[in-house]
Design a protein. Structure first.
Lengths: 217, 800
């Protein structure tokens, strides 16, 4: 569950202060999926980064699963990030690790003594069963994104934030990936917040919000 | 805590995978880290061994040698009966040693040492090493000559037969047994040594261990007039070789700086290469603390491993150089001590400390506080360096202040050159070619990433130039000095002065002047010294140059006058008209200094007096022979023939001037062999530093270059541009290294040389060889840069 009230965020470039996000309010009930749309520079990625604990808001309340992010210090935000699922446009796979090691990385951070029972099922579902020993550089863009999804899901998060996960994929692949991601999140009752610039993908989401000049339309 | 340790384990495993995927980066990182330690170990190994040399190289008996009974000054041997007398009076902790040289028919020499073989074989030190470090002797008997394996080629012919020795009375040839770690002196039983050398029961010295004060008093009483008692720690070796090892210390200082930069660079390389990985881990929820801790653990482990690896490399290098050091010590200082570099754990610790310090400095420099106060720190350090430099230029009086002067000069350039280079590349350049525009902007933008390599090259090249200036100046001065000093046409070696031969030769119409050379060893106020004479009057001293520029006249010898070398004035503090008391055993000789003469290469104090006065003193003296100056139209070869045929002189004892000068020059060249080798090593490390800097830079530049490739720039164009950029940066660094080298050369000649060695040398510059050094470095740098740059520019456009 996500609660945002009166959220403001600005950037300072020398003496110029630029407001990126202006008094945003948002509520996403548990297990719901939200698509965040907007033009380039509208502030959607910044907003997602604040929700994911990568940035701190200037003012306002940000609460994710009852954890008030605006009151967290750097260390608490890191630990928060460890519990959620993050999917990036540029995949952010660790180049030196194999596909399997990448998928297991966050799970091992959270559950060092537990075996990842879901791994086999998940990689089969994502069609990665033959790629487990491969290195990220040996995969296509779609495959790399599926590895990112597997890593996020295996972590058993209550919420997943995806930053334009289809940004580097063609139309057909984009639909496949979003369908797969929303399907898997629904099965597991996971909140999903996805930033996208594509209107055609909004059908898979429960809620759609459009950002323009730092405000919701 | 468990969570933290799990996190650290995971991060470490990821780093390990990173190294597995990038083995070359790992090799470079390890090499960079190890070379720093290796350089440290090589130099400190040589220096440390100098301090502990006697216990290690002699070690005839289990107990450390505390005192030595040596022949009286001016004598070579002591009577063996003295050892018997000592034992009869209860001094049983005394071991006799006889030393000498054997010659093979091919003219190759072998230094041998006769010891109590039973004690020697049982000594703990050899047993320990023999078991696991080296080859033990295959067979032993009382007639065995135990020779270090390194001399194998000297003693065996090509077909494997033992080369026979030329023995004085046709004695039976000894059995040779080869073994490792014996050292320069071959070991045999003292009875066998006496037999082979025809020693007639004489001894070279007696080693004493664990002697009580009462025993010392007794020994002194027993040996009075027959030998002298010397504290093992206070031998002339320390005084005489001090300057030589000071030279190595100066080099060590440069080594420390370059090695520290290399370690710094290696850490920077590995951190830059993993920058993305570290950020990703942080993104996925790894805490900053665990990332920092895992990096610290990794670097500490790597520091320790590379310190071990580097120490081993340094141990090999130091042992490779030790023969040159020994040759210098034996030839230049006439010392019969040899060094053997042993493995020292303290060097591993030293290497580890160097790597860890570099690590701490790099972590410290990353902190926000330092980054914010960088400018203040820079100006503070600059002001401190400048003030120290001014103070030292005016007041440096001892060895270490002179070295500190060199260090402040280096610091000044280290601080200023990167800023100066940045100013140079920031100068507006009007170019229309887009590639050249990019190259100019890129150089300005990335110059900071090359700082470490620039400084390493600056220090290495600057010190190489400084050293070159010093060696060249020394060599020029020495040549001019020898030209005058060795002005006689023929030198006839002889152990005695035959008055009849002297008179006969003096009366020959071909001879313009005949002088002799006679020398007594001794001490002046505990400083090793020698007193020499060349003839009966001032005429025989005309080839000697006084520091005052005046010619030597009879006045210099009137009223008990004598001449002293320049070292007496600069190093030992004597002035004109000072009285000196030359002491040899119980005899003394006093004179008044009337002038100082140049005497390069001599670490001792040296006095010149007239022949009669030296003869009249009760000093023991060695005669070296006659120096003959011929009239201008007389052929040296013809006169040599006459000496052989008419005067029945041995041809091997006749040395024409040229050969004599050659021997003297070779002797001094040896002094700088080690210096040059270590300097070359420092330069090689600087080049490696350049290589690693370029590799770490490539991580940042990949995106830029890929964009250029996509815009239609060819691989060849990229390669050429980057090589040009490297050559340009190195060339400008070299331009700054030249004034640094001049400044260092000046400091070495004007401060280090007079303070450490006691002689003044005039600044002499060989511009051609200096330019060759700079040009070579630029070319070699470009060659070194080729591989990393090629790797970087070998991009396909599709890789974006």
């Amino acid at each position: 569950m996500i609660e945002v009230k009166d959220l403001c965020f600005s950037r300072t470039d020398g003496e110029n202060k630029q407001n990126i996000l202006n008094r945003l309010d948002l509520s996403v009930p548990a297990a719901q999926h939200l698509a965040l749309l907007g033009d380039s520079g509208s502030g959607k990625t910044t907003f997602l980064h604040i929700l994911a604990g990568l940035l701190q808001a200037d003012s306002g309340l940000v609460s994710v699963n009852n954890q008030k992010l605006s009151l967290c210090n750097e260390n608490e935000l890191t630990l928060y990030r460890r519990k959620i699922g993050l999917i990036f446009q540029h995949y952010q796979l660790l180049d030196c690790l194999t596909v399997q090691q990448n998928i297991l990385f966050q799970h091992k951070l959270n559950f060092p003594t537990q075996t990842a029972n879901e791994l086999e099922h998940l990689v089969n579902e994502l069609g990665l069963e033959n790629k487990l020993d491969a290195l990220p550089e040996q995969l296509s863009g779609g495959e790399q994104q599926r590895v990112g999804i597997a890593r996020a899901l295996l972590n058993k998060p209550q919420i997943i934030f995806a930053d334009e996960p289809t940004g580097n994929l063609d139309r057909k692949r984009s639909h496949q990936v979003v369908k797969l991601l929303t399907g898997l999140c629904s099965e597991r009752k996971i909140n999903l917040v996805m930033v996208t610039h594509s209107n055609q993908l909004t059908d898979y989401f429960d809620q759609v919000k459009i950002l323009r000049d730092g405000c919701f339309e | 805590m468990a969570v933290l340790s799990n996190e650290i384990k995971l991060i470490l495993a990821t780093h390990f995978s990173f190294y597995r995927r990038h083995p070359w980066l790992m090799v470079l990182f390890f090499l960079g880290f190890s070379l720093g330690s290796a350089l440290l170990t090589a130099i400190s190994g040589l220096n440390q061994e100098a301090n502990t040399r006697y216990q290690n190289s002699s070690a005839l008996i289990n107990n450390p040698v505390s005192h030595l009974i040596k022949p009286l000054t001016g004598k070579y041997y002591i009577d063996g009966q003295l050892w018997v007398t000592l034992r009869q009076h209860g001094v049983v902790n005394a071991q006799p040693v006889l030393r000498g040289r054997l010659k093979t028919k091919e003219g190759k020499t072998l230094a041998i040492q006769g010891v109590n073989s039973l004690l020697w074989l049982n000594k703990t030190q050899y047993k320990q090493r023999g078991g696991n470090a080296g080859k033990a002797p295959s067979s032993l008997s009382l007639s065995t000559l135990l020779v270090d394996s390194q001399f194998k080629e000297r003693l065996y012919t090509k077909d494997g037969a033992q080369a026979p020795f030329l023995l004085p009375k046709g004695q039976k040839q000894p059995d040779i047994s080869l073994a490792d770690e014996i050292g320069l002196w071959a070991i045999t039983d003292i009875a066998n040594a006496d037999y082979l050398l025809d020693g007639n029961g004489q001894l070279s010295f007696i080693e004493l261990s664990h002697v009580t004060e009462q025993q010392l008093a007794k020994i002194k009483q027993l040996i009075t007039g027959k030998a002298q008692l010397i504290d093992a720690e206070q031998q002339e070796f320390d005084v005489l070789s001090k300057a030589f090892f000071f030279n190595l210390t100066a080099l060590a200082m440069l080594g420390y700086i370059v090695a520290a930069f290399l370690s710094f660079n290696a850490i920077k390389l590995t951190l830059t290469a993993r920058n993305k990985l570290l950020k990703q881990m942080q993104l996925l929820g790894c805490t900053t603390l665990s990332i920092q801790l895992s990096l610290a653990i990794e670097l500490v482990i790597v520091s320790l491993c590379t310190a071990l690896l580097g120490t081993f490399g340094g141990y090999l290098i130091a042992n490779g150089l030790v023969l040159d050091v020994n040759r210098t010590l034996v030839n230049l200082y006439q010392l019969d001590k040899s060094l053997i570099i042993h493995w020292q754990w303290s060097n591993v610790l030293l290497g580890f400390a160097l790597n860890t310090s570099a690590l701490v400095v790099i972590l410290f420099s990353q902190t926000k506080q330092v980054a914010n106060k960088g400018e203040y720190m820079f100006y503070g350090l600059l002001a401190l360096t400048f003030a120290s430099l001014l103070w030292l230029l005016n007041y440096a009086t001892n060895d270490y202040q002179a070295l500190l002067l060199c260090f402040t000069l280096l610091m000044l350039f280290i601080l200023l050159v990167p800023k100066a280079l940045l100013a140079v590349v920031s100068l507006p350049v009007r170019v229309t070619d887009p590639l050249k525009q990019w190259l100019h902007a890129d150089t300005r933008f990335h110059l900071k990433d090359l700082h470490i390599a620039i400084i390493a090259i600056l220090v290495a090249l600057g010190s190489a130039i400084g050293m070159q200036i010093m060696v060249k100046s020394f060599s020029h001065t020495l040549n001019a000095h020898l030209e005058k000093q060795l002005s006689a046409d023929i030198y006839l070696r002889s152990n005695t002065i035959d008055s009849k031969l002297r008179l006969a030769l003096s009366n020959l119409p071909e001879v313009e002047k005949l002088s002799i050379y006679m020398e007594s060893d001794g001490k002046v106020s505990n400083v090793p010294a020698n007193l020499s004479s060349l003839g009966a009057n001032a005429e025989h001293y005309q080839h000697i140059s006084l520091t005052s520029g005046l010619a030597i006249t009879e006045d210099n010898f009137t009223a008990n006058g004598c001449l002293a070398n320049e070292q007496s004035k600069i190093k030992f503090g004597y002035s004109l008209n000072n009285s000196v008391v030359f002491k040899q055993n119980l005899n003394t000789y006093s004179c008044r200094i009337t002038g100082f003469f140049y005497d390069y290469g001599n670490p001792r104090m040296s006095l010149l007096t007239l022949e009669e006065r030296q003869r009249a003193s009760a000093l023991n003296r060695n005669v070296f022979g006659y120096s003959i100056r011929l009239k201008s139209n007389i052929s040296v070869a013809a006169f040599s023939e006459r000496l052989i045929n008419e005067f029945k002189q041995d041809s091997t004892k006749i040395l024409p001037n040229k050969r004599f000068k050659k021997i003297a020059n070779e002797l001094f060249e040896d002094t700088f062999v080690v210096t040059k080798a270590l300097n070359g090593f420092i330069l090689a490390i600087a080049l490696l530093s350049l290589c690693t800097s370029l590799l770490s830079l490539s991580v940042n530049q990949l995106k830029q270059l890929t964009i250029l490739r996509n815009l239609g720039v060819t691989q060849q164009q990229l390669l050429t541009m980057k090589l040009l950029q490297t050559a340009g940066v190195v060339m400008f660094t070299a331009l700054f290294a030249v004034p640094l080298g001049f400044a260092l050369g000046f400091a070495l000649l004007k401060f280090v040389m007079p303070i450490a060695f006691g002689w003044t040398i005039h600044f002499s510059l060989d511009l051609a060889s200096l330019l060759v050094t700079c040009f070579t470095l630029v070319v070699v740098s470009v060659l070194c840069a080729y591989l990393p740059i090629r790797k970087l520019t070998n991009l396909e456009a599709k890789e974006l």
